[in-house]
Design a binder for this molecule. Structure first.
Ligand code: 5AD
Ligand code: SF4
Length: 438
């Protein structure tokens, strides 16, 4: 008899990928994924620990499952991801309803853990094991939509002073290029046309190549571009110091690599960048962007920003605004600094008041919003190529993504799904574009 599995995913794209793989691993145990927790036999929360109150949110979410558990005492409840890694056993202590706690590096052991649950035991695994989880996961079985994520690298050795990732995801590990090419071919056979290569520090990728040498990300991208049927490649997320010459060149000479780059800078003042342990200056970043734009002038740039880092003065913050004006972003994500347990920044003096941080965030988001709007409006009248993914909201409509990752709606037949077609942009809307097939 098949059992029902409900997975809820928080946080980054890597968690989205992990959730898919966990669902597949549980598929072998007879679990089939469903869209709602009501009536499920297992609920799995795949959690994120990057910003504040993450753990608290998980506990309150878990509390909401109590009626379901009371209605069905056999319901299994699991917590996966970075909160599981950070909190470990504490989760079961604080919320005895939880049967299973699994970290991001051990979910290939889920089948065994689930068997323990069936014997009425609890299961906890937050190791950083020697073995490669990907080598122990089942091969991809399910059919796929036109786009897919593929994790090529995990963990981070950068230790930005505000960030928990080096602790929750561990040291940088790259997967073997041969395995990745195999997985990419599998995805393409299942209908995938676009692959986004994922890693916490994806451009630090240095995996074992088919020729025995170590390959960087640019080499991996170029080899992947040789796969027939794969039309588009993207990667995220990157650190400025790992944008090497080869990767910059790939933006010019690899047709399948899309002209969109997420390259976080976090702040615009050298004093704050140093305190953040970013290991680059404002100028380094600006010059790097100039070099990439010199080879790929139409590049859409995206970034991450933190305001209110300890010690950030009004003058420091104005340098962030100034950098944004100088660089120009197509999209950006900005956050109020939140102190994370165990990170060096937590120990720093000069906490910025919440009111001050909120005010800065609002000003920064105002500026970034203007840039995003201007970038989108400038697309009107231009011709783009859209990879169609699914039906749009209105009947007879299809929606897909342009090279620049803008969502584009057109009137067109359902058969467009999975195809790339030329489109003229006719209108810029709040968070999408409208176009017509050429
Ligand atoms: N506070 C606020 N933002 C953070 N980020 C990471 N850690 C923190 C923190 N402690 C942001 C960074 C990073 C993005 C994924 O999340 O901007 O690039
Ligand atoms: Fe965190 Fe910095 Fe590593 Fe990004 S590069 S995951 S912000 S430590």
């Amino acid at each position: 008899m098949t059992k029902k599995l409900f997975v809820k995913t928080y946080g980054c794209q890597m968690n989205v990928y992990d959730s898919e793989r966990m669902a597949e691993a549980l598929g072998g145990e007879g679990y089939e994924q469903v869209d709602s927790p009501e009536g499920a036999d297992m609920i799995l929360l795949n959690t994120c620990h990057i910003r504040e109150k993450a753990a608290e949110k998980v506990y309150s979410e878990l509390g909401r499952f109590r009626p379901l558990r009371e209605a069905n005492p056999d319901l299994k409840i699991g917590v996966a991801g970075c909160v599981a890694q950070a909190e470990g056993e504490e989760i079961m202590r604080r919320q005895p309803m939880v049967d299973l706690v699994v970290g991001p590096q051990t979910y290939h052991r889920l089948p065994k853990m689930v068997q323990a649950l069936e014997n009425g035991e609890k299961a906890l695994d937050t190791d950083f094991p020697e073995e490669d989880k990907f080598a122990h996961l089942p091969k991809l079985r399910t059919s796929r939509g036109p786009t897919a994520f593929l994790t090529v690298q995990e963990g981070c050795d950068k230790f930005c002073s505000f960030c928990v990732v080096p602790y929750t995801r561990g040291a940088e590990v790259s997967r073997s290029a041969e395995r990745l090419l195999g997985e990419a071919r599998d995805l393409v056979e299942r209908g995938v046309r676009e692959i986004t290569l994922l890693g916490q520090n994806v451009n630090a990728y240095h995996g074992a190549g088919a020729d025995g040498a170590e390959w960087g990300l640019a080499r991996l991208i170029r080899e992947m571009a040789g796969i027939d049927g794969l039309e588009r490649i993207r990667f995220t997320t990157s650190h400025p110091n790992d944008m090497d010459d080869d990767l910059i060149a790939a933006h010019a000479d690899c047709d399948k690599l899309m002209p969109y780059l997420h390259l976080p800078v976090q702040a615009g003042s050298d004093k704050i960048l140093k305190a953040m342990n970013r290991k680059h200056t404002r100028d380094d970043y600006i010059r790097l962007i100039e070099r990439i734009r010199a080879v790929r002038p139409d590049l859409h740039l995206s970034g991450d920003f933190i305001v209110g880092f300890p010690g950030e003065t009004e003058a420091d913050f104005e340098q962030t605004l100034d950098l944004v004006r100088q660089v120009g972003y197509g999209t950006a994500y900005s956050f109020k600094y939140s102190a994370r347990p165990g990170t060096p920044a937590m120990e720093r003096d000069g906490q910025v008041t919440d009111a001050e941080a909120s005010d800065r965030l609002q000003r920064l988001q105002g500026l970034l919003g203007e840039q995003q709007r201007a970038t989108q409006d400038a697309m009107v009248g231009r011709h783009v190529r859209v990879l169609f993914e699914k039906p749009g909201r209105e009947p007879g409509q299809m929606v897909g993504k342009s090279e620049y990752l803008h969502a584009v709606h057109v009137d067109g037949p359902a058969e467009l799904r999975g195809q790339i077609a030329p489109v003229e942009i006719v209108e810029s809307r709040t968070n999408s574009l409208r176009g017509r097939l050429i």
